[in-house]
Design a binder for this molecule. Structure first.
Ligand code: ATP
Ligand code: MG
Length: 419
C-alpha cells in the first residue's frame, strides 16, 4: 500500500483525543513544562504516545525537543548528558526515576555520511533536525506520534493515527531501504506486531523476505538487547513463531537448535513474566536451550552430572559467544540446565543433600515445573522433588532433608574482633 505523505501534519486538538495529562508521568510533565516555558518545543514522543492512545500503560515517557543537549543541560541541574556518539540528556529524579530527552534528529543525506562507517545507525541518529524530520527517521508510523505540551494536541506527520485505529504496523518510508539502514527493524516489526496484536503490512513482509540475511550483519549487542526486550514484553514465544514463519529464526538464534518444545517453553516463560515475575537473562537462555539440552543429554540414572555439564556447555557456549554474553550469566544458565537434569534423573543420587540445600535449587525447580507442562513425562519426578523441597521450607511438615552439617569455624580472638 502506497500512502501519499501530507506536507502538513494532521493535528488532533486536546478535546478530540483521549490522552489526559493525568496519565503522564509527573517527572516527564515537569520536564516538558520547563522546556516549553523556556521557549522550546517539547513533545512526548515514541512509544508513550502510542501506548496512551491504545489505553496501555507506557513503559517510559520519552521527551523530544528542539533544544540541543547542551541547552537542556543548562535548564536542569539534575541533567546528565550520556553517550559519546549518541548524545542524550537524562534528567534524574528521586527514586532512580529518569526522563530521557532527545533533540529532534533527521536522517542525513548520503554525502553527509562518514566514509568507512560500518555502523551508520548511530551516526544517522545524531544529526539534529525539525520535528517533522524527527518523525520520519523513526521506524513505524505508530511510533512517530507526538503529544505537544504547549496545547495538548497530538501531531501526526506520518499517518500513524489511522494505522493505530486500523491496528496495522506500517513502516515509515520504503521497508527495503529502512531495513538496509538498520536490519534490527525487521525484528522490531515482529515484536510490535506480537505485543500489540497488529497486522504487519504486506510491504514489510515482502521486504523481510528479500533482506532477511542482513540480520546477520546487525550489531550483536543491539540484537541481544532486543531479544531481552522480547522476554520482558512477554512475546518471546510468539516472536519465535513469527520469526520462523518469516525466515528470521536462523538469523536471530543462529546457534540454537529450535525444537517444537522450544516454542512452547518460551510461551510458558512469557506467561510466567506476565504474572509479574522478573525475567533474568540466565533464565531466558536456559529456556531457549533446555529442549535442545534434553535432546542431547539422555536422562538415565547411570548418566553422570559431568556429562550433563558437557551437554549444557555445548548448547550454551556458541550462542553466548555470538552475543558476547558474560561468563557469569552463562554459568547461571548452565546451572539451571544441569539442575533440571538432576531433577529429571530422579531422587536418591549422590550429592542429593548438597543439591537440596543449595539456595539455587528453588529456581531450578521452578523451571523444571514449567518444563513438565511441556513434557509431562517428568511430572512424577517433579512432584517427588517438590514435596521434599517444600518440606525443607516448612520443616514442621515432615519429609525433609536432614540439615547440612556445618564445619565449625575456629573462634577468633576477642582482640582481633574488636580490633
Ligand atoms: P517500548 O519502550 O514500549 O518498548 P518504544 O516504541 O518506546 O517501545 P524504544 O525501543 O524505546 O521503543 O524506542 C523509542 C522510539 O525510538 C520508538 O518509538 C521509535 O520511534 C524510535 N526507534 C527505536 N528504535 C528505532 C530504530 N531501530 N529505527 C528507527 N526508529 C527507532
Ligand atoms: Mg521506549
Amino acid at each position: 500500500m502506497k500512502t501519499l505523505i501530507n506536507p502538513t501534519p494532521h493535528i488532533v486538538p486536546r478535546n478530540d483525543h483521549l490522552i489526559s495529562r493525568k496519565q503522564v508521568d509527573e517527572n516527564a510533565l515537569k520536564v516538558l513544562y520547563r522546556l516549553s516555558r523556556q521557549g522550546h518545543l517539547a513533545y512526548l514522543v515514541g512509544g508513550s504516545v502510542r501506548d496512551l492512545l491504545l489505553g496501555r500503560t507506557p513503559k517510559d515517557f520519552d521527551v523530544g525537543t528542539d533544544a540541543t543537549p547542551a541547552q537542556v543541560k543548562t535548564l536542569f541541574r539534575n541533567c546528565f548528558l550520556i553517550g559519546r556518539r549518541f548524545r542524550l540528556a537524562h534528567i534524574r529524579f528521586r527514586g532512580h526515576q529518569l526522563v530521557e530527552v532527545a533533540t529532534f534528529r533527521r536522517n542525513p543525506v548520503r554525502d553527509e555520511l562518514p566514509e568507512n562507517e560500518d555502523d551508520h545507525f548511530h551516526f544517522v541518529q545524531n544529526v539534529f533536525g525539525t520535528p517533522r524530520e524527527d518523525a520520519f527517521r523513526r521506524d513505524f508510523t505508530i511510533n512517530a506520534l507526538f503529544y505537544n505540551i504547549a496545547d495538548f494536541s497530538i501531531i501526526d506527520h506520518v499517518g500513524g493515527l489511522k494505522d493505530l485505529e486500523e491496528r496495522r504496523l506500517r513502516m515509515i518510508g520504503d521497508p527495503l531501504v529502512r531495513f538496509e539502514e538498520d536490519p534490527v527493524r525487521m525484528l522490531r516489526a515482529l515484536e510490535f506486531s506480537a505485543r500489540l496484536d497488529f497486522t504487519i503490512e504486506e510491504s514489510i513482509i515482502a521486504a523481510i523476505d528479500q533482506r532477511r540475511q542482513l540480520l546477520a550483519t546487525a550489531s550483536s549487542a543491539r540484537l541481544r538487547e532486543e531479544i531481552m526486550e522480547l522476554f520482558r514484553h512477554k512475546v518471546a514465544g510468539q516472536v519465535a513463531i513469527l520469526a520462523q514463519r518469516y525466515g528470521l529464526l536462523d538469523f536471530l538464534y543462529p546457534d540454537i537448535d529450535f525444537l517444537p518444545q522450544t516454542f512452547e517453553l518460551l510461551s510458558l516463560i512469557d506467561e510466567r513474566t506476565a504474572s509479574g515475575e522478573p525475567i533474568r537473562e540466565s533464565l531466558a537462555l536456559a529456556a531457549l536451550t533446555l529442549p535442545a539440552f534434553f535432546a542431547c543429554c539422555p536422562i538415565e540414572r547411570s548418566q553422570h552430572v559431568n556429562d550433563a555439564l558437557v551437554a549444557a556447555d555445548k548448547v550454551l557456549r556458541p550462542h553466548c559467544r555470538t552475543y558476547s554474553i558474560a561468563q557469569g550469566i552463562r554459568c547461571e544458565a548452565r546451572d539451571l540446565l544441569v539442575g533440571c537434569f538432576r531433577l529429571a534423573r530422579g531422587r536418591g543420587m549422590k550429592g542429593e543433600l548438597r543439591f537440596l540445600n543449595h539456595p539455587f535449587t528453588a529456581k531450578v525447580l521452578e523451571l523444571f515445573g514449567i518444563w513438565c507442562r511441556v513434557d509431562p513425562s517428568h511430572q512424577e519426578a517433579y512432584t517427588g522433588w517438590k514435596s521434599v523441597i517444600d518440606a525443607a521450607d516448612h520443616p514442621e511438615s515432615g519429609d525433609r532433608p536432614s540439615p547440612r552439617r556445618r564445619r565449625r569455624r575456629p573462634r577468633r580472638k576477642a582482640a582481633m574482633q574488636h580490633g
